[in-house]
Design a binder for this molecule. Structure first.
Ligand code: SAM
Ligand code: SF4
Length: 338
């Protein structure tokens, strides 16, 4: 299929005056890993027939672009495990620099050595790679099966292909605390930003989140005793707050959905791989777009459904992690696109 014509924007603004300009599009809920904070060991995945096709994913993305979306992040599950994924990037490519500022990717990196070059050729400039440890044994434990060597090879291939890489690390109690300094040195030593993410209570994973959750506000205080952290004003428009680590010259981000205000400047919506539009990842509300997209009602019904979902974007999430009192969402992060 050829890329659809580039068109002008009619903005999406919610009832709290937040302009939605960022779409996270999940292309699959499947993954080659089973990270302990993300999935259960024995996950049941969605039937493949329920997933949007690559062409439908593109048509949906193009509709959002028409409504003023400026940035699209392709995510999952593991997006690089989705067959035909590069075609989606190629279809989006003509929009980059015109109606779209960028198309990015979040990946676990295991397949990056194969896909780095095609991604760069399809106009991708920046990617996020999730890596929670540098230790092969710990990596296998956290991912319940992964081989860290694949990620290291992927990172090398990505940088060789000219992709700018940011590392994402979910901060958890335990081994992470012994490794955080090494992760900072590793990322910054290779010219990569590092973002630390607080664990969120999304989906049942087989452990009590209270036992693993780590407050990044507190971690930041302890890091500040070892590193010189200078706050950076530049905002990505997203939830991360960045500091410059003076000793390394690199940037360190903190995503703190639980311990700090996170929602006031939210500019994003998420679409799951079956076409469900989630205006907030921390609430249950969603609007089904797949049948509208497949139906014969045409563009008007889709327009109405998208506007309705954005109008219903809640003010904030409802997460809470306390002893014997964790409040979360049953849906896994991999279903709606992390
Ligand atoms: N598979 C890809 C990856 O791991 O980068 C993309 C999808 S994954 C769901 C996207 C991001 O969500 C990853 O950085 C992952 O660490 C994060 N994530 C998954 N479950 C989470 C949770 N319960 N709390 C916080 N972050 C989570
Ligand atoms: Fe897979 Fe990403 Fe979830 Fe890990 S965080 S299980 S890599 S989807």
């Amino acid at each position: 299929m050829a890329a659809l014509p580039l068109s002008s924007s009619t903005g999406l603004t919610d009832l709290f005056g937040r302009q939605v300009t960022y779409l996270r599009l999940s292309v699959t809920d499947r993954c080659d890993l089973r990270c302990v904070y993300c999935m259960a060991e024995d996950m049941a995945f969605l039937p493949r027939k329920d997933l949007l096709t690559i062409e439908e994913l593109y048509r949906l993305a193009a509709t959002f672009i028409k409504f003023g979306i400026r940035k699209i992040r392709i995510t999952g599950g593991e997006p690089l495990a989705r067959r035909g994924i590069i075609t989606l990037f190629e279809l989006l490519q003509p929009h980059i620099g015109a109606s779209l500022d960028e198309v990015t990717l979040t990946t676990n990196g295991t397949l990056l050595s194969r896909f780095a070059e095609p991604l760069a050729k399809a106009g991708v400039q920046r990617i996020n790679v999730s890596l929670d440890t540098l230790n092969p044994v710990r990596y296998e434990k956290i991912t319940r099966r992964g081989d860290i060597a694949h990620v290291f090879n992927g990172l090398e291939a990505a940088q060789k292909a000219g992709l700018k890489v940011k590392l994402n690390t979910v901060a958890m109690q335990g081994g992470f605390l012994n490794e955080v300094d090494s992760l900072i040195r590793f990322a910054h030593g290779r010219g990569m930003d590092l973002t630390l993410i607080e664990e969120m209570p999304l989906g049942l994973t087989g452990h009590d989140r209270y036992d693993t959750h780590l407050s990044l506000s507190r971690l930041r205080e302890s890091l500040a005793q070892r590193w010189t952290l200078s706050p950076l004003q530049a905002s990505t428009g997203g939830p991360a707050r960045y500091v410059q680590v003076e000793e390394t010259g690199g940037r360190l981000g903190f995503i703190t959905p639980l311990s700090c205000d996170f929602c006031a400047h939210c500019n994003r919506v998420r679409v799951g791989s079956t076409g469900r539009l989630y205006p907030c990842m921390g609430q249950t509300g969603m609007v089904e777009l797949r049948e509208i997209l497949r139906g014969c009602e045409g563009g008007t019904a889709l327009t109405e459904a998208i506007h309705k979902a954005v109008a219903g974007k809640p003010e904030g999430h409802n997460f809470l992690i306390e002893k014997n009192n964790t409040r979360g969402i049953l849906r896994h992060m991999s279903e709606l696109g992390g």
